[in-house]
Design a protein around this ligand. Structure first.
Ligand code: GLN
Length: 475
């Protein structure tokens, strides 16, 4: 079994002493990928390419010219473009599509000598919370293969959980990095909206989408964030501020903090008892260490999920209009004219959940219903953002579970989309508000399934969030 390295620093230590090589590491991960192919974490493995890149990185290490990610073997979610490689968003409609350019983040990761070992399974167009909406089938949780990986970046999370790569990159629109990280016992970070370039990321809901790392350690999350973040001429929503040296600055911060926690997480019957007990355990630990931990109620709690879904579906219906069977991607063999090309290609190319969202999104944007749904949801989003900002003025962090339950059995929730949507209750708030949030591993439940807790911080307060996260994991 390939050794589990807790952080890149540990790998670098062994590379430096000559104990291992990147080539050897890649070989180990490839063996692990093969042994765990039943988990369905990868849509494609770039085996030969990873081997030859590893050799190049080894040469650079020997000559002292290696980048900051030398030794880091990563998986990328299959909605991240990598020139010359297929990218499918786990959808039939992009089954044979090859990227003609690389996303900005892939360029930055490669420039620092990361090795990309493959593209990871995900929910189709990142729409889902269990990875059951993939054209390539569900991803299985490594802790219990009858259970889901979480989603939508489920393949990315399981690839790290099962040691098929050291870290992975996901995207988070409403929780898709944080929730699978929590289901797999890992660290999942969604940065402030406007931190990491979305250029070359297949769009789902553009005012929410952010790239984020899934790692075993806060150190690696800090390093990947620092490398991926920052101005890019192809994404006008990015902050112009200089990117701090998150990794070098990282210091477990134990100074007394003011933390709010959502009291509904403890009072609501919808939250699993062991999840509640874990939250209470951490609250007690933090109080014992001198932090102020206060229960708060979020006034708009009932509106969070509906607001997110109205807006995300509206944006998705617009973003997915480009898959028309004409420009690129799947074209129905039964097309006879322009209209049947559109209709049949989209009907056959998209899965059920994606079609549901395109239709609902089109509905809420239609002339007769725009004001009642889309425009109203925009106003509610503003209120949620203002309330969240106000709360974060008073408190350093907002603590909650990442998800109401640990990973559930495959097939259990799939039939009822509303149940699945409500599952996002804790994660979508940070997405609506555009603030950073992290999911941290908080032990396992009595069945051995990982549990995760989420910390939300102020806009662009990633350093404080990472520093406190490091301390939190040592509690
Ligand atoms: N579960 C949420 C959704 O389906 C979040 C997905 C995501 O963050 N990509 O929209």
């Amino acid at each position: 079994m390939t050794k589990f390295y807790s952080s890149l620093d540990e790998i670098k230590g062994e590379l430096q002493s000559g104990k291992i090589t990147v080539e050897g590491l890649v070989e180990n991960y490839l063996t692990q990928i093969q042994a765990n192919s039943h988990l369905n974490a990868f849509n494609e493995v770039f085996a030969d390419e990873a081997r030859s890149r590893a050799k190049e990185v080894d040469t650079r290490i020997r000559s002292g010219a290696a980048g900051r990610l030398a030794g880091m073997v990563i998986g990328i979610k299959d909605n991240i473009c990598y020139k010359g490689h297929k990218v499918s968003a786990s959808s039939r409609i992009l089954e044979n599509f090859t990227s003609i350019y690389s996303s900005t983040i892939v360029g930055r990761l490669l420039a620092e000598d990361a090795v990309i070992i493959g593209r990871c399974n995900c929910d189709e167009f990142a729409m889902g919370a269990s990875n059951e909406n993939s054209y390539y089938g569900p991803v299985h949780n490594f802790a219990d293969t009858s259970r889901v990986s979480g989603g939508s970046s489920g393949g990315s999370a399981v690839a790290v959980q099962a040691n098929m790569c050291h870290a992975a990159i996901g995207t988070d629109t409403g929780g898709s990095v944080r929730q699978p990280a929590s289901f797999c016992g890992l660290v999942g970070l969604k940065p402030t909206y406007g931190t990491i370039s979305r250029h070359g990321i297949i769009a789902y809901a553009s005012s929410f989408d952010q790239v984020g790392p899934i790692t075993r350690s806060v150190e690696d999350a800090a390093l990947l964030l620092e490398i991926m973040a920052g101005v890019d001429e192809y994404d006008s929503t990015l902050s112009r501020a200089a990117v701090p040296s998150f990794r070098a600055n990282l210091e477990a911060s134990s100074s007394p903090k003011k933390i709010a926690y959502l009291q509904e997480a403890i009072s609501s019957p919808g939250v699993d008892d062991e999840v509640k007990a874990t939250l209470v355990k951490y609250i007690d630990k933090m109080r014992a260490e001198g932090h102020t931990v206060t229960p708060v109620s979020f006034e708009y709690l009932d509106y969070i999920v509906p607001t997110y879904y109205i807006l995300a579906m509206a944006e998705a219906s617009s973003n997915l209009a480009r898959y028309d069977g004409v420009h690129y991607g799947y074209r129905s063999p039964d097309s006879t004219d322009l209209l049947t090309t559109y209709k049949r290609s989209r009907s056959e190319g998209f899965g059920t959940e994606v079609k549901r969202r395109i239709m609902l999104g089109t509905f809420v944007l239609s002339a007769g219903y725009y004001d009642a749904y889309y425009a109203r949801a925009q106003k509610v989003r503003r209120l949620i953002r203002e309330k969240t900002d106000a709360l974060l003025k008073e408190y350093d962090f907002i603590l909650s579970p990442t998800a109401p339950e640990p990973a559930f059995p495959i097939g259990r929730k799939e039939k009822d989309p509303v149940v699945m949507y409500l599952y996002d209750i804790f994660t979508v708030k940070a997405s609506l508000a555009g603030v950073p949030a992290i999911s941290l591993p908080a032990g396992n439940n009595s069945n051995g399934m990982p549990l995760g807790l989420q910390l939300i911080a102020k806009r662009f307060a990633e350093q404080e969030l990472l520093d406190f996260s490091k301390y939190f994991l040592e509690l």
